[in-house]
Design a binder for this molecule. Structure first.
Ligand code: MN
Length: 258
């Protein structure tokens, strides 16, 4: 049987159990142009997030990211500092990039005091194995997007892009973002959701873990049987005017908000 993701999914990073509770967030799409969401983030990271043993940011923390030298712009610098303060206060923070901030690298990780994760990553807790992904790799019905994704994740394309001046890169990512927003208007909603076969292949390949992802902005929780195994998939909420996170305490999951 042909596996549609056989060549598309990199081997996962494996991570030993992290400190509990583990909290998961994604799709904040932070930008100085959305002050309510920025406020929700700064309140969250300087307040509730400090109760988490570990915090997993599963991509699209930023609305756009033109390269790690972008960490010096005033808004991005404030975000990095807030993350670093939270991590200094004892919450271990992990970061997986999404499609909007896929150019995030070691420079950001150092500035923000976070550990970078590959997409996908598996965490093994005593009672459960949890698989983490941003989620965009599973939107296999969106051929145009997958073509863009292949290009943007190609190391030689990235090297060429990052060699351009920061101002030119910012202009490019802003245009790409507007084009993607415009293209979305003409796509059917099902095309922009994850493909069920792609999810099944991923879960099968990793021993039917609990699966947590973002990207689709369709928050929710689904439990179902796959090949006779109980499967659980949590889709993280995108942020608007308040913080939204999924908490795991070692036994169960709960959607929480500020
Ligand atoms: Mn995304």
């Amino acid at each position: 049987m042909s596996d549609p993701l056989a060549n598309a999914i990199p081997a996962p990073n494996a991570l030993a159990a992290t400190k509990l509770p583990a909290w998961f967030i994604a799709d904040l799409h932070l930008t100085a142009n959305r002050p309510q969401t920025a406020r929700a983030f700064f309140d969250f990271i300087s307040g509730p997030a400090r109760q988490a043993g570990s915090l997993f940011i599963l991509g699209d923390l930023f609305e756009s990211w033109a390269g790690d030298d972008d960490a010096g712009s005033p808004f991005n610098r404030d975000v990095c500092e807030a993350l670093r303060e939270c991590s200094s206060a004892g919450t271990e923070i992990f970061f997986m990039s999404g499609n909007r901030d896929l150019l995030i690298g070691d420079g950001f990780a150092r500035a923000a005091g976070v550990r970078l994760l590959a997409d996908p990553t598996v965490i093994r807790f005593d009672s459960r194995t949890i698989l983490l992904s941003h989620g965009d790799m599973l939107c296999t019905d969106d051929y145009d997007y997958q073509a863009f994704r292949r290009q943007a994740r190609d190391p030689s394309w990235q090297a060429g892009f990052l060699a351009k001046p920061l101002a030119a890169r910012r202009e490019f990512v802003d245009q790409a973002r507007m084009q993607s927003e415009a293209a979305k208007q003409n796509k059917r909603a099902e095309i922009m959701d994850v493909n069920a076969d792609a999810v099944a292949s991923l879960l099968r390949a990793h021993g039917y873990p609990v699966f947590i992802h973002g990207h689709t902005h369709r928050p929710g929780h689904r439990a179902y049987l796959l090949d006779g195994h109980r499967c659980e998939r949590h889709v993280l909420a995108d942020w608007h005017d308040r913080a939204l996170w999924l908490a795991y305490d070692g036994e169960g999951f709960a959607a929480q908000s500020s």
